[in-house]
Design a protein around this ligand. Structure first.
Ligand code: GRF
Length: 232
């Protein structure tokens, strides 16, 4: 059975789209059962509806507490057939911290994409912060989610050169293209049961060596990206 997946978004949902596209291409053995957003106008919801995937707006402002909001998300996710045994939750630009109760309901099955090389530049402006700092390598990370923001065990990271003076927006756009490669790759591994967590270390079964990207998008990914997931 394909891995049942719930995707949580707050905005444009380009990462969601990259996941849907790789599922359609037969590269991720998963099925997106539901897309949830805390923002009713998130374009990610439209992307889901375009593919006849249940898409639910759940404004967090309608809930008295963070716990009540998360409890309703857990209920809806379960209702759509996603549980901790066989399923997973992918945060794709979801701009809310999850409660311990939510994380307990889906223990070790929640993953996130972050636009920086963690543990550098956690928080909401990872790429812009890296640009302001003046780093020469920037990038993105897919990690398991724990109770601390942008902190859980790292599954894959990919780096791009950061160019002096290019500005946070240009750097973020290049990183985003790479996010669209590494997030589907990580989910493909998760769906196939190829990830094992040992303390803070994530072991990828039969991982490829770190990979250098194309001329259009020079990058280094570790573990390497498998065919179908590499930048065009
Ligand atoms: C991405 O940069 C992601 O890393 C961050 O939020 C952004 C979401 O973009 N967490 P999108 O909604 O997937 O287009």
């Amino acid at each position: 059975m394909p891995m049942p997946l719930a995707v949580l978004v707050s905005g444009g949902g380009s990462n969601l789209q990259s996941i849907l596209d790789k599922i359609d291409a037969g590269l991720i053995d998963a099925e997106v059962r539901v897309v949830l957003s805390n923002k009713a106008d998130a374009y990610g919801l439209t992307r889901a509806r375009n593919k006849n995937i249940p898409a639910i707006a759940l404004p967090h402002t309608a809930f008295a507490t963070r716990q009540a909001f998360d409890a309703e998300m857990v209920r809806l996710i379960h209702e759509h057939g996603v549980d901790a045994q066989t399923g997973a939750i992918a945060l794709a630009g979801f701009m809310r911290m999850l409660t311990p109760e939510f994380l307990r309901a889906f223990a070790h099955r929640v993953v996130n994409i972050h636009p920086a090389l963690l543990p550098s530049f956690p928080g909401t402006h990872g790429a812009a912060d890296a640009d302001s700092y003046g780093v020469r390598l920037a990038g993105c990370s897919v990690h398991f989610v724990d109770e601390i923001m942008d902190h859980g065990p790292v599954i894959i990271q990919a780096a791009v050169p950061a160019l002096p003076g290019e500005g946070g927006e240009a750097l973020a756009a290049r990183i985003l293209k790479l996010e669209h490669c590494i997030y589907p790759q990580a989910l493909a591994w998760l769906a196939k049961g190829r990830l094992k967590v040992q303390d803070r270390h994530v072991l990828v079964d039969a991982a490829a060596p770190a990979y250098c990207g194309s001329a259009a998008l020079p990058c280094l990914a570790s573990p390497g990206l498998e065919p179908g997931f590499q930048p065009a």
